[in-house]
Design a protein around this ligand. Structure first.
Ligand code: NAD
Ligand code: 6OD
Length: 500
């Protein structure tokens, strides 16, 4: 394995984003097998990434282990926190590069990446640098059987080498959402970003090295899932914990590979989220909020509602508002003026979503709007676009109302009573998120509390306070991250009992 020292990377300048090497011990390393990275807005290759083989994955895990046994393992919390703040500064200093990289990998509109993805990448480091310092420690004094006293207190220790396996929909945001608390707790990480979106994880390696994060604390291995870097990493005996975001069936496969070593697991998985709109809601606000929820990032947000239950008396007004907003979206290239609707991530995902569009019609849907591929000119003509799509007239039992599509589409279904709405919303194997739209505060609380999900919003959606528990119920995940929940996952307590 030949090393490419970080200081030499300037010489490769233009190549930095185009040749995405594995990052091990603060160096880009040669080796592996090249694979193309496609810009989904045009369908053209924009970079080459290098799939890590077993030797590279071994080297990454060994580098992480060495960091834990070296200066990182003994670094004070104050110094560690200062480094995380420098990483956040480094992302902001190279904001435009992160933006260009994220846009090239995902095709998402410039406005979305610049307001959501990249700022959250930096914010994740700042928030967890603060959270880790603010947590109280547990302590109990007790009377011992011999009439004396003892005191118990718990300290927290890092888990060790943590594997971070991340998806393509919000690449930097979701990867740093896990890397930041893992490092805040003193772990070392090996990241396996999605094969579709390897750029920002690679760029973050440069930021880490420049910030002075010791060698081996942050490593990146590129490649695919089964039989590739993903599986090699999660099955590696040197990995103590796995934090994963992605599809439920991938979570299941990872669990099997983690089982022999009883690794700690935190999973944020798929969903089939419901929204409930009551007749007493501010309908304009519900239409605006749910248009954003269904179509943001072309529907490729795990929290996006794909089932909207609407009280019958306001159904027509709601559908008319949603249709108008869907039809006002402008698809196209990410940097073109006015474009607010990007492509899907890949040709394969486009095929999957279009299949569901066909299935919906076979299942008897009335297509309110969309259902096909938009006609676009120029470079976008070969991008992986689909139309924003809304259906009515489907039974709740339809496949498109039960299976996760992960596209810019939703079925709108009428209900007559609150109890019926709650029953329909909960009738799903998934349990990630829900949103409830009503002006009745008591109803908002009552219905939100009845949702079998990890996150329920009232009169809002994707409104995030990073100190709160985040994760899914049922098939949507294992565990919670966010605030103290992240610290609890990325560290483990040792209770110390002192007889006084
Ligand atoms: P995916 O499961 O296909 O892939 C996610 C990551 O896992 C990728 O890096 C992939 O290479 C890797 N991987 C795949 N198979 C693997 C294996 N056997 N072993 C180890 N690694 C493996 O998911 P995706 O298509 O990238 O993302 C979309 C999915 O993610 C949707 O289902 C969506 O709901 C879900 N998601 C959930 C959340 C959440 O917070 N709950 C957030 C975002 C996305
Ligand atoms: O906001 C977050 O922290 C988070 N994990 C969002 C997940 C979005 C899913 O696509």
């Amino acid at each position: 394995m030949t090393e490419i020292a970080v200081p030499e990377r300037q010489a490769q300048e233009a190549a930095a984003l185009r040749h995405l090497r594995n990052f091990v011990g603060n160096r880009f390393v040669a080796g592996g097998t090249p694979f193309p990275v496609i810009d989904p807005a045009t369908g053209r290759q924009h970079a080459t990434a290098w799939e890590a083989d077993a030797a590279i994955v071994d080297a990454a895990v060994a580098a992480a282990r060495a960091a834990l046994e070296g200066p990182w393992g003994t670094m004070t919390l104050a110094k560690r926190r200062a480094l995380l703040m420098k990483v956040a500064d480094g992302i902001e200093a190279r904001f435009d590069e992160f933006l260009a990289a994220e846009i090239a990998d995902t095709g998402k509109p410039h406005g979305l990446a610049s307001h959501l993805d990249i700022p959250r990448g930096a914010a994740n480091f700042r928030v967890f640098a603060d959270v880790v310092a603010a947590l109280p420690s547990e302590s109990f004094e007790f009377d011992t059987p011999d009439g004396g006293k003892a005191i118990n207190y718990a300290i927290r220790r890092p888990l060790g080498v943590v594997a971070v396996v991340s998806p393509w929909n919000l690449p930097l945001l979701l990867m740093t959402w896990k890397v930041a608390p893992a490092l805040a707790c003193g772990n070392a990480v090996v990241v396996k970003p999605s094969e579709e979106t390897p750029s920002t994880a690679t760029l973050l390696g440069e930021v880490m090295a420049d910030a002075g994060v010791p060698e081996g604390v942050y490593n990146v291995v590129h490649g695919f899932g089964p039989g590739s870097a993903g599986e090699l990493l999660v099955a590696h005996p040197g990995v103590r914990a796995i934090t994963f975001t992605g599809e439920t069936r991938t979570g299941s496969a990872i669990m099997k590979n983690a089982a022999p070593y009883v690794k700690a697991l935190s999973f944020e998985l798929g969903g089939k989220n419901a929204a409930l709109v009551f007749a007493d809601a501010d309908i304009d606000a519900a239409v605006a909020g749910l248009s954003r929820a269904v179509f943001l990032n072309t529907g490729q947000v795990c929290l996006a509602p794909e089932r909207i239950y609407v009280e019958r008396s306001v159904l027509d007004a709601f559908v008319a508002g949603m249709k108008a907003n869907a039809e006002a979206l402008k698809p196209g290239l990410p940097n073109d003026p006015g474009v607010d609707f990007g492509p899907l991530i890949s040709a394969e995902h486009q095929r999957k979503v279009l299949d569901y569009y066909r299935v919906a019609q076979e299942e008897g849907a009335r297509v309110v709007t969309g259902g096909g591929v938009p006609t676009l000119a120029g470079d976008a003509a070969s991008g992986f676009f689909v139309e924003p799509t809304l259906w009515t007239g489907l039974p709740h039992s339809a496949r498109v109302c039960r299976e996760e599509i992960f596209g810019p589409c939703a079925a709108i279904i009428a209900f007559d009573t609150e109890a019926e709405a709650v029953r329909l919303a909960n009738d799903s194997p998934y349990g990630l998120a829900a949103s409830v739209w009503t002006r009745d505060l008591s109803r908002g609380h009552r219905v939100a509390a009845a949702m079998e999900v990890g996150i329920a919003w009232v009169n809002s959606w994707f409104l995030r306070d990073l100190r709160t528990p985040f994760g899914g119920a049922k098939l949507s995940g294992i565990g919670r991250e966010g605030g103290a929940h992240s610290i609890n996952f990325y560290s483990e307590p040792t209770n110390i009992c002192i007889k006084l």
